[in-house]
Design a binder for this molecule. Structure first.
Ligand SMILES: *[C@@H]1O[C@H](CO)[C@@H](O)[C@H](O)[C@H]1NC(C)=O
Length: 254
């Protein structure tokens, strides 16, 4: 630079032709200096631009992320809201579960208490079937005096007849702790929709829990049960005249 300046100073004492020649030689260097001077701010501005771009990109990314988060969350949230409701529903259900059912029959109403705590699964199943109207119009397919009345399930007694006849015999022979009469139960391994059998005992039966899943008991309408028990049957315990359940009313309390 010093060199350039001295040269420039020298150039004042030189001919205009040489001066212009020298100027032409200086010019690129001056331009270089200028460009160097320019490059400083240019480099800063590039950095600034890059930074700005980065910030914009970050903002955009965060916006996209936020949008995605919320758009993903909103159905999730409604889902979790639903599940919360369901949970609350389940919670409420556990406590508000109908504890009683009135079986309307062609002979009158039979009120039963459901053992929600003792047999929760079967009670759930029973309530579910009640809500589906499964028992509406269900005839008592088998009536065995001083033993049980049974509705639903298969038309043939099958295994039930077996345990009924055996049980009946045994109940006469064995003096074991007996279940009270008027218990509400269903035959084991028949919890599917079609096979769900409703059994009401009309006498104390020993080993009842071996044969039935007891899930309730009659608390009102024992006389109705006995009336049904009195209907004439054929040799296969099938009532000669139709008697059945006309409807079920579920009650939380009585
Ligand atoms: C049950 O019987 C009562 C009285 O007979 C009647 O008012 C009610 O509507 C019946 N309900 C069903 C579900 O059958």
């Amino acid at each position: 630079m010093k060199n350039d300046m001295s040269r420039a100073a020298d150039s004042q004492h030189q001919s205009p032709k040489l001066k212009s020649k020298l100027m032409a030689r200086i010019k690129p260097q001056a331009l270089l200096i200028q460009s160097k001077k320019k490059k400083g701010p240019t480099r800063i501005s590039i950095t600034t631009i890059v930074m700005c771009n980065l910030i914009i990109a970050l903002i955009a990314l965060s916006l996209v992320a936020t949008y995605r988060y919320w758009s993903r969350r909103s159905p999730d949230q409604s889902g979790s809201d639903l599940s919360t409701l369901e949970d609350i529903g389940g919670f409420v259900k556990k406590y508000d579960l109908p504890g009683y059912a009135i079986l309307n029959t062609s002979k009158g109403p039979i009120m039963v208490e459901l053992f929600k705590d003792g047999s929760p699964e079967v009670v759930d199943r029973f309530l579910d079937l009640c809500q589906k109207g499964h028992f509406k119009g269900m005839p008592f397919s088998h009536v065995i005096k001083h033993y049980v009345i049974k509705g639903g399930g298969s038309q043939g007694l099958g295994a039930a007849e077996d345990w009924i006849s055996k049980g009946k015999l045994r109940s006469q022979l064995v003096t074991r702790p007996k279940h009270e009469a008027f218990m509400l139960g269903t035959t084991k391994n028949r919890l599917d929709d079609k096979g769900f059998e409703l059994v009401i005992t009309t006498a104390p039966i020993p080993d009842l829990n071996d044969k039935l899943i007891v899930f309730g008991r009659v608390i009102k309408g024992e006389d109705v049960v006995q009336e049904i028990e009195e209907v004439d049957t054929d040799e296969h315990y099938r009532p000669k005249s139709s008697v059945g359940i006309t409807g079920v009313i579920l009650k939380r309390e009585i």
